[in-house]
Design a protein around this ligand. Sequence first.
Ligand SMILES: Nc1ncnc2c1ncn2[C@@H]1O[C@@H]2COP(=O)(O)O[C@H]2[C@H]1O
Length: 729
Amino acid sequence: MISNSIAGAIMGLLTVTSAVSFGALIFSGELEPYMPFGIGLLLFSSVIISAVISALSSYPAIVATIAEVTVPIFGLIARQIVTAMPDASVEQKLMTVVATLAINSLVTGIIFLGLGWFKLGSFVRFIPYPVVGGFLAGIGALLLVAAFQTVSGLDLEPFSLAAFFQTNAVLQWLPGALFAVAMFVLPQRITHVLVYPGIIAGTVALFYAALAVTGTSIADATERGWLLGNVPSDGLYRFVSFAAIQQADWNVIIQQIPTLAALWLVSAIALLLHCNGVELVASRDLDLNQELKAAGIASLLAGLGGGVGGFASAGENALSHQLGARGRLVGWIVAALCLAMLLGGASLLSFFPKFILIGMPLLITIEFFNEWLYEAWFKFARADYAIILLIVIVTVTVGFLQAIGVGLVAAIVLFVISYSRLTVIRRISNGAYHHSNVLWTSDELETLEAQGNQAYIVELQGLIFFGTANKLLNQVRDRIHDEQLPPVCYVILDFRMVRDLDASAVLSFAKLKQVATQKQIHLVYTHLSTQAKRRLEQGECLEEADPFCHLFADLDRGLEWYEGKVLQQYHPLCEDQGLTPEAALAAHLKADFSDPKQVDRLMSCLEVCHLAEGEYLFHQGDPFDGLYFVASGQVSVVLNFSDEQNKRIRTYTIGNTIGEMGLYRRTARMASVVADKPSTLYFLSAETFERIETSDPMLASNIHRFIVALLAERLQHRENELSHLLESV
Ligand SMILES: Nc1ncnc2c1ncn2[C@@H]1O[C@@H]2COP(=O)(O)O[C@H]2[C@H]1O
């Protein structure tokens, strides 16, 4: 309770000081006669922001005030409005500014509420950090300009260094600058809770002591513009009547829309960034969407009264947390102090030294520059830092809107550069150890391993666009032209893990096709999505008639095709040299049975079974009824998934058994078996096998040994593949 009250009182003092200096900053120049009204408007806004956000925030001890990032833009808008209405009365100009601020608050409120409502709070995480830093540093620069423009008699356009160093001007800005430096430096060295109010009270006391020493009267000081002075006693804030607001020039307001739109974007980003900062300070998560809604309601209510919106700032919450703020009382005290100032502080404000009006915005400039120009130098990569600098320079030299444009372009370029750095190559392998699921014989495997370098297998991932596609193209080209390695004849590109193939990537694939055609290299595309396939077809990278371009449903099928090609060339299948399937199977079994004499006995127990291409031998889940031996053709074991997709897990050719799992485990079929080509199989029924086991134990034992050896070989084969794949990750 006590620490909350102290924190509330100190934060209240700071909020009042900021509201006064921000009001003076926005309502300066030609609008200066209405500065007290402007200050009142910002004090009123502070009351609403503080009360509403304290009531609704997901973090009870929150301290929320006018968003400092918006202040220099409001100043800019006020100046633009004044310049755009040369013939209007000051009252008309004022009402146009007030109407613009109110409209801005209402729209900001709706945007915040909408973002919160649709739970879009996390979108801030997509904006590159250097761009955000650039905006904030740019805002710091604008504040700096605006702070000096508040000093009466100082005109920055055209900028004159001499005017800047005239005695009266120096007497105005130097104390402000010293005040800002003290507010920045001292709290870093002194951690006492009273350091901020101490500096404010101390400098004000020093100021009055200096007046006393030099014998300057209050009237004199007011005359010289050192004091705010001239605050009407009928209160600072009055509701703007409907009649008064009708004086606003709507054409001029409409001209401000581009600047306002940029402000909406910046405000949303700033709010979410500050909330992230508050999360760090308070060591707890904030509900970003709730914070957006709270700030949205505050902005709407403030806008209804002609005021401006705001939200919690990380810096103020860090201070308030340090002061011991832990409950909603802090926010209520801040709101109450602002209200008291609004209702009864007019006479007090007359004695408010003007240097604080420069000092407060200057403090924010120092803080932003420190974080985004000084510390950022050590934190960011050079390219990122250059973007921050670029945004600041464009803000100061050209304008805020242009800086936002440059920032967004920079963001896109940054994104492209950083995304291009990510590789889309998930894994590169060759045909020596990366095989299809076809279970080739040991001889065939030997050939595939010996010729493995012919295949360059690239498994792709992520988003393929011109940046990443070009990198891929270069890598494949390097391999093709590498004369130290055996020549590549097949480039196999697998797209299973590719999220999208952008139209901008097509050019790189067209170039790849050119290289491949020149060198007579086969390009094999596998697992292409319909969209990616269409893009490549549109770019003429995939043509059906092209003998060097091939398309397969998945990598497994693509590899099988490549292996078939290699085996055809280097391992002419002695397709059982005119033997019947039965004789070929018998020959195979004889080579593998421990006692070849048993094979003829086995063959006499088997029933022949023919399968047409695409015909199923059995389906996953069917009951077990016996074991099959493949005698010719090729059959695949496929797993059926719930979404009606099939995955081939193995393909068997001559000499292999199918259905041994059912035999040993007496379970239903673990997978389906389908013929890839017309095939002949020999069936050993469960009953016949049982009969053999009792009547001919010798034959039964030979069959068991044969199956165990086969299973061991398959296991060994899988392990080899696995270890190679793990090595290549
Ligand atoms: N993971 C696998 N690898 C190789 N072959 C398998 C695999 N799963 C099942 N099979 C074969 O496919 C057959 C399906 O019927 P079974 O379960 O009786 O016996 C099975 C094995 O012969």
